[in-house]
Structure formats: C-alpha cells, structure tokens
Design a protein around this ligand. Structure first.
Ligand code: SAM
Ligand code: SF4
Length: 465
C-alpha cells in the first residue's frame, strides 16, 4: 500500500481500467470510510493500486476540519490533473474522485475550481460511488440520502490488522462554535445494534481481535436493538463483549457531557473495555469554553475525571486542545496549562485554532495572532510531551498485557499495544500475532517501549537455580 504523504493514509482496493488508489486524510472515521470504499470496490471486481501513477481511479478522501487539511486537497488535485493529462497522451484514462468532508462542504465548487475532477461524493453517499463511476458524466452527490449507506456496504472479508475501527455513530448536533463537523457530517445518527454486531462478527471471522467503536460523539450512541429498544454505548459494549472472541474494546471520540454512569460502570465491569479514554476538553478556561459553546466548564471536566478515576483507578486519559481560539488571553491559556497539570494526560492532540467558513467562531472579533498561537502551542506541547514521557516511563518494570499486532522492523521482533495504546516491541514467534501476552516492560525508546515476554515459569526456575 503506497503512502506518499505523511499526513495521509491510503487504502487500496488490479485489471486494466479498474485499479483504484484511495488516499485518506484526517480522522479515524476517514480511515474507516476508506476501508469500506475499498471493500465496495473489491466486491465489484475492482482491484487495488499501489500508487496514483498506476491507478485508473484515484479517490481523495478529504478532511475539512482545519484550513491546512482542506487546502491540501486542491494542491493534490493540481498534481492529479497533470497525471490525467499525461495518461491521456498514452491513451489511458484517470478518473478523479473527491470524497469526504471537503466534498460535502464544497460540492460543485470543487469541479468549478478543478475541472479535471470527475466525481464529488459526500461521506453519507459513498455506497453509490461505483455506480457513479460507470457513467462518463461529471457528478456531484452530496445530498443526504434517504437510505442508510451501511445497508448497502459489503461486510469486511479480509483482515487489514488485528485491530479495526467500526463506525457506530455519525454526525453531531452540538455545534461547538469552531467546528465544521455538524455541517459536513450532518445530524447525529446512531447505527442499529445488529448492523454493528454483524460487522464485528465478520471482522472476528477475518481474524480481528480488537475493535474501536468510532463516532464524532460516540458516547451519545443511542442505537435501536432488534426489539426496537434503544441501547446506550454501555449496552452496545456489553453486547460486543458477550459475542466472544473480541479481546479488546475501545471507543472514541467522547464528549464530556455524554459520559453517563452506565459507561463508567462498564469500565469497572467489562474486562474487555480498555482503561483508556479520549476525552477532549479543548480549553481550561471557562470563558473560552463558554465561547466555544462546549456546554461544560472546567470544573465539570475535573469532576468527571475524578469520578471516572474513582470507578476505575488505572484509567488513563487523552484529550484534544485548541490554542488561540478568538479572544483567548494569556490568562485563559495559563488556565489550560493549569488543567493539563491537574489531570496529567497520558497522551493528547493539540492544534492551533483554524477559522472555518460558516462557523460562529470564524466571525468573532479578536482573532489571535498566528505568532502568539504558535508560541502557546509550543508551550502546551512541551508540557503534554513531558506528561506522555512520564506516563510511558511509569510502565517500566511492570508486566503488562499486550495485544500483538504485527511484525517489527527487525528480524524476530513483534509489535503490540498496551491497554493504553502505547506501542511495545519485543522478540517472539510470528504466529503469536493476534494473541494477548504478558510482557515485562524494560525500557523506553523515543516513541515506543521495549520489553520481553514474561514467562513466570522461566523466572521461577531462574530463582530456584
Ligand atoms: N467530537 C469531538 C469533540 O467534541 O471533542 C471532536 C471531533 S473533531 C473531528 C477533532 C478535534 O479537532 C477537536 O477535538 C478539536 O480539538 C479539533 N478541531 C475542530 N475544529 C477545529 C478548528 N476549527 N481549529 C482547530 N482545531 C479544531
Ligand atoms: Fe465538533 Fe463539537 Fe461536535 Fe465535537 S462535539 S464534532 S468538536 S461540534
């Protein structure tokens, strides 16, 4: 699978005329959508291409969340137009598809700005992509469809990894003042329970042992079960845990307002549910949280963290932060640093505020200067990096359960993940991929941990010798 752009992930779904290359930007949901498009193409007899140059169809699965991500699409499209022109000279065709959130937000405007594009398709419509490609007309399909795309997507047949994403909820009704998601992904909808369970059973059949349930507001999941009753995220997690064979369950991204008691109880009671919660807070200043329309204050967030820790003391947190939201003063930023110190995050994502067209914050006065934003981001990232290193170091000397995911770079080396999503490498036989093993954590390297398989029997023999 080719991966030319460090910000992009690619999924590839060969035969002359129907080789597809999918390049995906942005969040986990786009990674998931790219895999499902790839499944869709494969079911229709298309094959995957390793790169754009050998492809007949290139799909850019785009992200609109920040300006930089959205603008990158147009520079990629310029390159693809040149490739299309080159291919025409040798009698070949190249179809260019723009999918994802930029497609939804910009629609026909994309073809106006770059006429080489053949199809523009929104995130709720991609089940219709193969049909649209069968005609030679330029097409824009971004109307929210009456049918549910999940009913039209084939079940996954092949394992891409030991761990898989499964979309359970899409869209958002929260309208944070900085965010485009409610405009690009639409109103919040939850997938029915059985549709999710069927997909997870197919993944299990293909050899997947960890699922991460994904949604923009995943903890507000309210899906109907077969009896028509509404299940919460906790109810869905319990149903997945009882399927058998799924060793680890995760979910992301949660909103602090929707962290309900039954979910906290599931963290206490469901062994497969990992003690690692991504809980974006965005800012530590009440003034800014209110201007962001987050619907929670700093104190609510801190109380929630305490409550979760009481229920499940070993839980680790990650978060998202925005620096330089309009009107953010040095004091507001200090409040964010203060909150970070109080919580102690295992990991976090942090971004400079990016004004998005159509959002309330983009119209707010007092936009913060780029230089101040850069400086604040660097300070915040230093603190978050320090906390991440301290957290990683705290595992040294422990015996930790690792789900083995793949081979490492060196011969005989395998890589797996801790419950807290840290990568650990150690030596073991390749046929152990997919298994849960106890690993003694020995040292911290820059981005991962190193360890060795913990074999209590061997240690006991060593001790008695
Ligand atoms: N639903 C999640 C939540 O409420 O926390 C967030 C989903 S959003 C796709 C992922 C992250 O992108 C957000 O948590 C936020 O930190 C960041 N983000 C969203 N809009 C942004 C903007 N206009 N500028 C900078 N970062 C932004
Ligand atoms: Fe965007 Fe806020 Fe919805 Fe998260 S909760 S997707 S940040 S509007």
């Amino acid at each position: 699978m080719a991966q030319k752009d460090p910000d992009a992930t690619s999924a590839s779904a060969s035969q002359e005329g129907n080789r597809v290359f999918i390049k995906s930007f942005g969040c986990q949901m786009n990674v998931y959508d790219a895999d499902r498009m790839s499944d869709l193409f494969a079911a229709e007899g298309y094959s995957s291409s390793q790169d754009e140059a050998s492809a007949d169809i290139v799909v850019l699965n785009t992200c609109h969340i920040r300006e930089k991500a959205a603008e990158k699409v147009f520079s990629d499209l310029g390159r693809l137009r040149d490739l299309k022109t080159e291919k025409r000279k040798s009698g070949q065709d190249l179809k260019i598809v723009v999918a994802g959130c930029v497609a939804q937000a910009e629609g026909k405007e994309i073809i106006r700005r770059q006429p080489a594009v053949d199809v523009v398709i929104g995130p709720q419509n991609y089940h219709r992509l193969v049909d649209l490609l069968k005609t030679n007309d330029k097409k824009t399909d971004t109307e929210y469809p009456v049918e549910n795309k999940f009913d039209h997507l084939p079940l996954p047949k092949t394992r891409r990894s030991v761990a898989a994403f499964v979309t359970i909820q899409e869209g958002c009704d929260k309208f944070c003042s900085f965010c485009v998601v409610p405009y690009t992904r639409g109103a919040e909808i939850s997938r029915p329970v059985q549709s999710i369970l069927d997909e997870i059973l197919a993944l299990r059949e293909a050899g997947v042992s960890e699922v991460t349930l994904i949604g923009q507001n995943v903890n507000n999941y309210q899906g109907a079960d077969r009896q028509g009753a509404v299940r919460s995220l906790a109810g869905l997690i319990e149903a997945i845990a009882t399927l058998g064979g799924i060793k680890r369950i995760r979910y992301t991204t949660s909103h602090p307002r929707d962290m309900h008691d039954d979910l906290l109880e599931a963290h206490r009671d469901v062994p497969q549910l990992m003690p690692y919660i991504h809980l974006p807070v965005q800012s530590g200043s009440d003034r800014i949280l209110s201007a962001m329309n987050r619907g929670h204050g700093r104190r609510d967030y801190m109380k929630l963290i305490e409550k979760i820790r009481r229920m499940r003391p070993d839980v680790a947190f990650s978060s998202d932060f925005i620096v330089g939201f309009p009107g953010e003063t040095e004091q507001d930023f200090e409040d964010t640093l203060g909150l970070v110190r109080e919580v102690n995050f295992a990991s976090a994502f942090s971004f400079m505020y990016s004004p998005r067209p159509g959002t309330r914050a983009a119209e707010m006065p007092e936009q913060v200067e780029a230089e101040s934003m850069r400086e604040r981001l660097a300070r915040l990232q230093r603190l978050l990096d320090d906390q991440r290193m301290v957290f990683n170091r705290s595992l040294i000397g422990s015996v930790t359960e690792i789900l083995i995911e793949k081979e490492g770079r060196h011969a005989g080396q395998l890589i797996g993940k801790t419950p807290f999503l840290q990568a650990v490498h150690f030596n073991a036989a390749k046929d152990m991929i997919g298994r849960l093993v106890d690993v003694e954590i020995l040292e911290l390297t820059s981005n991962s941990l190193a360890g060795r398989i913990h074999d209590p029997q061997a240690s006991a023999t060593e001790r008695s010798a």
